[in-house]
Ligand binder design. Structure first.
Ligand code: SF4
Length: 258
């Protein structure tokens, strides 16, 4: 019955009948042209990189910067963990400014507890969300002492149980403190993975798994830092510097400027 009514209406208005689903969409969609997206969905349709191309890209990163370093200052696995927890929604430079003084007086969970939450808060008050972060630093220090002998554990699952630490924190700590071949996806890696077409994905997890799949093991120790540095200094969010980009011939981004 519903079909007959639709087709009669279509005849009257000389407009071809619209399938029910599309009609719904048409009502919802804005009359304005869709905003230009800078990452997906174009990149999702890009031609995949060949293994030889991926090898070539990372060989170039390695040649240009054989020992890339993270920019978060730390003294040991514990201070690295604290720095990464503090870095959520903050810049590395901002975190370093606060932690230099903090780590000078508290570089172990025991010393952090001696310092106490109020003083920790004072040291880190220039960092966003500092009240909650100070709470987490104290709580994770307590947990490290109570359950892990005061040491930062060596598995992702264990690190993820610590207050303020998620998947990305765990992967950064495992990579930087323990030399594991993990990939952590922050905003820079997410952008580079999508734009280049190396590992397109709608979520950080999709990009992370995609990168782990395509990057050869010989590059995995440093891949995380190469991609972060590439995103931070070359493949900038608003104005990527394609003209000086080491991999501009391999990059699949349709909007690259070279
Ligand atoms: S060519 Fe441009 S868009 Fe592609 S990776 Fe390099 S800087 Fe980024």
């Amino acid at each position: 019955m519903a079909k007959i009514i639709r087709s009669n209406r279509a005849k009257k208005s000389s407009v071809p009948p619209v399938p029910k689903k599309s009609a719904k969409k048409a009502v919802k969609s804005s009359p304005r042209p869709a905003a230009k997206t800078s990452l997906k969905p174009k990149s999702l349709k890009q031609e995949s990189w060949t293994p030889a191309e991926v090898h070539e890209a990372f060989s170039r990163f390695r040649k240009a910067n054989p020992e890339p370093k993270g920019e978060l200052e730390h003294l040991n696995p514990y201070t690295l963990l604290v720095a990464v927890v503090l870095s959520a929604q903050a810049t590395d430079a901002g975190v370093n400014k606060a932690t230099r003084a903090l780590f000078a007086v508290a570089d172990t969970p025991e010393r952090m507890l001696e310092l106490g939450e109020e003083k920790v808060r004072e040291y880190i008050k220039t960092i966003g969300l500092y009240r909650n972060k100070a709470k987490n630093v104290i709580a994770l220090s307590e947990k490290l002492i109570a359950e892990f002998g005061g040491e930062v554990p060596r598995t992702r699952a264990e690190i993820e149980t610590l207050p303020g630490a998620g998947r990305k924190t765990a992967k950064v700590v495992l990579n930087m403190a323990y030399g594991e071949h993990t990939m952590a996806v922050d905003t820079h890696v997410f952008r580079v993975g999508n734009r280049t077409g190396l590992a397109p994905g709608n979520t950080p997890l999709e990009v992370e798994l995609g990168l782990e799949k395509v990057i050869p093991s010989e590059f995995m120790l440093h891949a995380h830092h190469w991609l972060i540095l590439h995103g931070r200094y070359t493949c900038l969010a608003r104005k990527p510097r394609c003209e000086v980009c080491l991999i501009n011939d391999l990059c699949r981004w349709p909007e690259k400027t070279v």
